[in-house]
Design a protein around this ligand. Structure first.
Ligand SMILES: NC(=O)c1ccc[n+]([C@@H]2O[C@H](COP(=O)([O-])OP(=O)(O)OC[C@H]3O[C@@H](n4cnc5c(N)ncnc54)[C@H](OP(=O)(O)O)[C@@H]3O)[C@@H](O)[C@H]2O)c1
Length: 260
């Protein structure tokens, strides 16, 4: 017995995803396209998921590593199961499932929000992520794995006119924590990455509105929008062996947006 901590001969390399089999939803454009490049360049095999087949083809053609394409809707439970089965059939398993598909179709108060729009946002952003996690858990079984949900800082601090979006992203946090408990004995970790404001087609409406643009910059401690390279490291870390003891956590990658 010694009073010194035991120093292992090697440490897991944060961000080492070489050989990992990754399912990535919302991979057709925006942050998902960015993540597809980051994982593929880091040596992972990436199964791309979105509804628009043309987008998937474009992304797939630009990736250096093994790639699969599944066009379909994350709201569909059977589709999620088919993605899981198709990935297992091609690559023998799934190590990482990133539920990143999301929509934010309206900026409107409750009276101007069509009930169907509310339902759509919750269905894609929250139910879609649950159905992905469910399919992932089935094929990961007791082999372990990493589930990563793309949340948003707006889940913690809402903005006007985004009740459905904020509810869906806050819901992801509760769901991730509950699933982290449910799936722990299979060695499956479940975490949320909550980006601040990143340039992407989804955020284009904000950037083109000067008042909103100023509000974003005014709240962000680092006084700028997120750049592509700012986001990917947290996902790579959570997908790597270095994060096997990290579960039920929320990682804000927001330049300090939640600080002020
Ligand atoms: N951009 C930001 O600043 C920011 C900040 C915080 C959080 N986020 C979150 O980050 C994630 C990605 O956002 P983004 O900005 O990259 O958005 P985006 O550019 O609009 O891309 C969204 C992706 O999700 C796919 N998608 C949407 N609905 C789907 C469905 N029902 N089934 C399957 N795929 C679907 C889209 O493809 P199809 O339409 O072809 O299906 C597309 O590939 C979202 O969860 C968003 O809430 C973004």
């Amino acid at each position: 017995m010694t009073d010194r901590i035991e120093i292992p001969e090697t440490f897991p390399n944060p961000g080492d995803v070489r050989g990992k089999r990754v399912v990535l939803t919302g991979a057709g454009r925006g942050l998902g396209e960015l993540l597809a490049h980051a994982f593929s360049r880091a040596g992972a095999s990436v199964a791309l998921v979105a509804r628009t087949e043309r987008d998937l083809k474009t992304v797939a053609a630009a990736l250096p590593g093994p790639v699969l394409q599944f066009s379909g809707d994350v709201r569909d439970a059977d589709f999620n199961e088919a993605v899981a089965d198709g990935t297992v059939a091609a690559w023998g398993g799934v190590d990482v499932w990133i539920c990143n598909a999301g929509i934010s179709p309206v900026v409107a108060g409750p009276l101007k929000t069509d009930p169907q729009v509310w339902r759509d946002v919750l269905e894609v952003n929250l139910t879609g992520a649950f159905l992905g996690a469910r399919a992932a858990a089935r094929v990961m079984g007791k082999n372990g794995g990493s589930l990563i949900f793309t949340g948003s800082v707006l889940g913690e601090r809402p903005a006007r006119g985004l009740a459905a979006y904020s509810a869906s992203k806050a819901g992801l946090v509760g769901m991730a924590k509950a699933l982290a408990l449910d799936l722990a004995n299979g060695g499956i970790t479940v975490n949320v990455v909550a980006p601040g404001w990143f340039d992407s087609p989804l955020a284009a409406g904000w950037k083109s509105n000067e008042k909103l643009e100023q509000a974003v910059l005014g709240h962000t401690a680092l006084e700028r929008w997120g750049r592509p390279g700012d986001l990917v490291g947290t996902y790579l870390f959570l997908a790597s062996a270095a994060a096997e003891f990290v579960t039920g956590s929320v990682f804000n990658v927001d330049g300090g947006y939640l600080l002020k």
